[in-house]
Design a protein around this ligand. Structure first.
Ligand code: ADP
Ligand code: MG
Length: 342
């Protein structure tokens, strides 16, 4: 991160165009972009023979983030990370994005400075360029909207509805850390690995792309609402079911230490908590070795956690047999049941 000069100015001193300029001057030029920030629309190049991928996500203060424990730099990183994760789940290569901001008047210029530094840092990490956006004032909290474009050849794009019976189910990384991190933040803790995983998740762009390029996945989704909920999208869209083996669900050291190995609650957040932004994918069982080799090269953990069945529904198995107890549903913005998101 480049050291910013702290100004503590207000946005009313700076104005809309000053604010756009503050962000625009940090953007690095890119060969993908023909016309960037500063005209009526952006113009950018696609690779020949590729499909264009587009995804958009909104982050709303009080719904998706709480500024009492979320610093602007990491908020900027996360705002783009959640979009990068969607392109990763399609097996795509992210390229460029638009940023829409509705900002309360009383926010400081320093806040936006730090936010945009975080945003543009992760953009550079994943080779994507900011090409435009929109900026206006908000009367009720900060709203961040990002639209991210990516690309991939048609036959390599991975979808949700293409799982088949007998395929193995794999997941990257560890599950439940983000939901546990949020709980700890809400209890007043401010440091720790699971807290970092909540505030600054890693989008699995390299992993999604490598799987797609190797033709190793049959279906894929990113875990934003919780394992059961998102696996439900794969099985639902594929008109299939699944068996999940609880003892194979990957739990991080810090997560396991928090719950202890005997705790009944141990799997609740891993199955139902959201915002892990790991990839969940299916592949023929005989390709397991290739998948493990690929992930060893990438330096990312991968676990086989179950299999796709032709019988609908998701069945959970522990070492003692089938279990159905105490599983929290994933997050749904409009249902009255409360998930883990604040
Ligand atoms: P118009 O009035 O034609 O929509 P604007 O004055 O809103 O244009 O925006 C001027 C330029 O600044 C455009 O290129 C637009 O894409 C860009 N822009 C506006 N807001 C943002 C932002 N938050 N981040 C990046 N670029 C932005
Ligand atoms: Mg505009």
């Amino acid at each position: 991160m480049t050291q910013e000069i702290k100004t503590d100015r207000s946005l009313t001193d700076l104005g809309e165009f000053g604010l756009i300029d503050l962000i625009a001057r940090k953007v690095r030029p890119s060969s993908v972009v023909h016309i960037g920030i500063g005209d009526d629309a952006a113009a950018f190049h696609w690779q020949p023979h590729c499909l264009a991928l587009a995804t958009t996500d909104m982050l709303v203060e009080g719904v998706h983030f709480d500024l009492s424990f979320c610093d602007p730099f990491r908020l900027g990183r996360k705002a783009l990370a959640v979009n990068l994760s969607d392109i990763a789940a399609m097996g795509g290569r992210p390229r460029s994005f638009l940023l829409s901001l509705a900002i309360p008047n009383e926010f400081s210029v320093d806040f936006i400075n730090d936010f945009s530094s975080g945003l543009l840092e992760i953009a550079e990490e994943f080779g994507v360029t900011l090409i435009g956006g929109d900026t206006c004032v908000s009367r009720s909290g900060l709203v961040i909207g990002i639209t991210l474009y990516g690309e991939q050849e048609e036959q390599k794009v991975t979808q949700r509805g293409t799982a088949r019976p007998g395929e193995s189910i794999f997941v990257t990384g560890y599950l439940g850390d983000s939901a546990l991190g949020l709980k700890l933040l809400q209890r007043g803790l401010r440091q720790g690995e699971v807290i970092d995983r909540h505030l600054d998740p890693t989008p699995r762009v390299h992993e999604g792309l490598a799987l797609a390029e190797a033709g190793l996945t049959c279906s894929m989704i990113d875990i934003s609402d919780g394992l059961l909920s998102d696996l439900g999208h794969i099985t639902g869209k594929s008109a299939m079911g699944a068996r999940l083996h609880l003892d194979k669900i990957p739990l991080s050291r810090e997560y396991s230490a928090h719950f202890g190995s005997e705790s009944q609650e141990r799997y609740l957040l891993a199955l139902g908590g959201g915002e892990d932004y790991e990839l969940l994918f299916t592949a023929p069982a005989y390709r397991k070795c290739e998948i493990e080799m690929l992930f060893r090269k990438l330096g990312t953990p991968v676990s086989e956690i179950g299999e796709i069945t032709s019988v609908p529904g998701i069945r959970l198995f522990s070492a003692e047999g089938e279990t159905l107890q105490g599983i929290a549903p994933g997050y749904d913005h409009f249902l009255s049941r409360k998930g883990n998101r604040s």
